[in-house]
Write a protein that binds this ligand. Structure first.
Ligand SMILES: [Zn+2]
Length: 401
């Protein structure tokens, strides 16, 4: 069987007032049932079969949930406990904002672009409010799972899970180095770059607006303060959507470039930073970008688009990519956006220099027959040695005056 990659398509639902009531009620009962399960099962239990045999009947009789919704509630508790355990935290109180569905209580119909889901008292067919983007993904598909979500602004969405077939990875010795998120959003070893200016401008614009609204709110009446709060929430949504749009665009162009030129893509390995919060970041860049959701999102988009398109994604250690001159490997100097090397006289954009180093490291790892951890380590050691030899003057004689 072909490999697949799960993808989520978010679709807004057309919900009347009466339907909203039943959905809200279902969300509330589902969350309450989860809380109850969490409180009435042994704290360390995370096995869904064991938990089910323990509390399934009670969940059904106490909360009046259908068989499958009861099972979904129990699964939700197990899943949340596992995540909480990984993070070393306790399971929080369940909020009445989402319910998971599988094929027994969820279906999608393409004829009239509707879904059908089980609620507390009935099974409801609901129209999707979607555009070309969602239609493109859903056409001809038979999704088997979804999540019903109530957003903060009160809109209802169904997040439909699609198992997209992936392309087998293309074997190639061509690599495209990408430096993500230094001063520009992305710069490639081919010299293409996506400036962050557009986003910074937009962010500054919103920041000014927010400041104005805050000032207004501090003087206003209660109702005008509420209106200001709503306005602020809408602004932050707009900002996020704009960033998301840009991230989709950049990742799409990078992957298209790799497909057209039969390349693998090389980026810095900053994956662990979120999970290793108690560990020291390996570079200043890692420190700066560790909690940056926009940067994290761009990497996520790039990763899944690579998998879908069969483009190999190579990760390299970020520790040495910004320091050395890509032409002669001697440690150079950075000033603002510029990089200059006293040894060979190379002067270029700092991000471009980074992208070239990332490409060089990736190319070493990507050598035929070399795609393991040991190879990655070797490549890094080789690179550090080169730098070390250089700084000791063993590799070349510096021509500095
Ligand atoms: Zn140089």
């Amino acid at each position: 069987m072909a490999k697949t990659q799960p993808l989520t398509v978010a679709c807004q639902l057309e919900v009347s007032n009466t339907l909203a009531k039943e959905i809200d009620e279902t969300l509330l009962v589902f969350a309450t049932a989860c809380d109850w399960v969490n409180a009435n099962t042994p704290k360390k239990m995370t096995n869904k079969t064991a938990m089910q045999s323990l509390v399934y009947q009670d969940v059904r009789t106490n909360f009046g949930l259908s068989a499958n919704l009861a099972i979904q509630a129990i699964r939700r508790v197990c899943a949340n406990r596992k995540t909480a355990k990984q993070k070393g935290k306790k399971v929080k109180e369940f909020r009445a904002t989402s319910i998971s569905y599988d094929a027994r209580i969820f279906s999608f119909r393409e004829d009239d672009w509707t879904i059908s889901i089980k609620l507390l008292n009935s099974r409801q067919r609901i129209k999707l409010l979607i555009g070309n983007y969602q239609v493109g993904w859903l056409k001809g598909k038979d999704p088997r799972a979804s999540t019903l979500v109530k957003r903060k602004n009160g809109d209802y969405y169904i997040h439909i899970t699609l198992d997209e077939p992936t392309q087998p990875e293309t074997e190639t010795d061509q690599v495209l180095g990408c430096d993500l998120g230094r001063t520009d959003i992305a710069t490639t070893s081919e010299g293409k770059s996506w400036s962050g200016k557009q986003i910074t401008d937009k962010r500054n614009h919103y920041a000014k607006l927010r400041a104005m609204i805050h000032k207004k709110a501090s003087k206003g009446t209660r109702s005008s303060r509420r209106r200001c709060r709503q306005l602020l929430a809408r602004l932050s949504g707009k900002e996020k959507r704009f960033q998301k749009h840009i991230n989709h665009k950049i990742s799409r162009q990078l992957v298209n470039n790799a497909v057209t030129n039969q390349q693998s893509i090389v980026i810095e390995d900053l994956t662990g930073i979120r999970e290793r919060t108690n560990k020291k970041p390996r570079s200043r860049k890692e420190q700066r970008l560790g909690n940056n959701w926009a940067f994290y999102q761009l990497r996520q988009f790039l990763t899944y688009k690579c998998v879908l398109a069969g483009v190999k994604l190579i990760l390299v250690n970020p520790a040495y990519t910004s320091l050395s001159c890509y032409k002669c490997l001697v440690i150079g100097e950075r000033k603002g956006k510029g990089f200059s090397c006293n040894n060979c006289g190379n002067k270029c954009d700092a991000d471009y220099n980074g992208a070239q180093n990332i490409k060089a490291l990736g190319a070493i790892i990507n050598r035929p027959g070399g795609s393991g951890l040991s190879c990655q380590l070797n490549a890094e050691i080789q690179y550090i040695q080169l730098n070390l030899f250089d700084s000791l003057g063993l590799l070349k004689t510096p021509h500095t005056a």
